[in-house]
Design a protein around this ligand. Structure first.
Ligand code: ADP
Ligand code: MG
Length: 255
């Protein structure tokens, strides 16, 4: 008869070869439990496989969260909707369910600095990942620079292709800095995604001022035309949340 130790060593080996880390890390505990409860072999096997599925789900989630490159973990739970009453909470919650991504629609968050646009965009992005979508967060300026560099190195088509796997691209802080020669490339990026994948943009500029970013009126209106064709617009009207909090703290300190 084969010893328990030898059998365990074989299970370890087989799990490695078959790439079953979930079974490998949990089968002994499940086996003890099955013995304690006098469960059948079939029940035991089912529990091991369920564990493998769960461990793969967790790993996929962790990988996708890392691939999204969010600058900070922000959630809807930690967002104080009462601080910005004009922003519709049901609308944000329905965006977080991800139907707009299925419909390849866009979201544009417009408002003053510090009003929570980036916070909400990350929270929506994390919900989308939990719903099974692939998401990538990047600042508009960084993307424009990367596009320009890819073009200079004659690898723009390949670079653009790399973005096709994402269901949602979050383009943060459009408008804080002009894009210079990257402007037309960012236009090309958005035009290629039109009706193929979703974009969520955060910006401090109302649409009439987007020319300042892209430089070219014809290009800007063509971009706005595509972006807003299937888009939900969220207006972040109010004062900076951080600034208000600092004011509160100063008041409490009696200054
Ligand atoms: P914006 O992108 O509009 O400039 P941010 O989303 O970066 O603003 O918000 C600035 C900071 O204030 C972040 O740390 C964010 O988490 C926080 N913040 C903004 N609005 C809220 C809110 N309503 N509830 C909780 N935190 C908020
Ligand atoms: Mg921001």
């Amino acid at each position: 008869m084969i010893s328990t130790d030898a059998a365990a060593a074989m299970v370890e080996l087989y799990c490695q070869q078959l790439k079953l880390p979930g079974v490998r890390s949990s089968y002994q505990a499940i086996a003890r439990d099955a013995t304690d409860k006098s469960q059948s072999y079939v029940v035991f096997l089912g529990a091991c496989l369920a564990q493998e599925i769960e461990s793969r789900r967790q790993r996929r989630l962790a990988n996708r969260l890392a691939a999204a490159r969010f600058p900070a973990p922000k959630t809807l739970e930690s967002f104080d909707f009462s601080a910005i009453p004009q922003l519709s909470k049901p609308k944000v919650l329905s965006l977080a369910e991800g139907a707009f991504i299925r419909g390849r629609e866009n979201v544009i968050c417009v408002g003053n600095p510090g009003t929570g646009k980036t916070h909400i965009s990350i929270a929506v992005g994390i919900s989308a990942i939990q719903a099974g979508y692939k998401v990538r967060f990047i600042s508009a300026v960084t993307l424009a620079q990367e596009l320009l560099q890819a073009q200079q190195e004659y690898r723009l088509p390949r670079y653009l292709k790399g973005w096709q796997s994402f269901d949602l691209v979050i383009l943060d802080e459009l408008g804080y800095l002009g894009l210079g020669p990257g402007g037309p490339l960012l236009f090309q990026f958005c035009a290629e995604r039109y009706e193929r994948g979703s974009i969520l943009i955060t910006t401090n500029l109302e649409f009439s001022r987007w020319i300042e970013v892209f430089g070219d009126p014809a290009l800007t209106s063509a971009l706005l035309d595509r972006l807003t064709h299937h888009a939900q617009i969220l207006l972040f009207q109010g004062e900076s949340y951080r600034f208000n909090q600092s004011k509160e703290r100063l008041k409490e300190a009696g200054t």
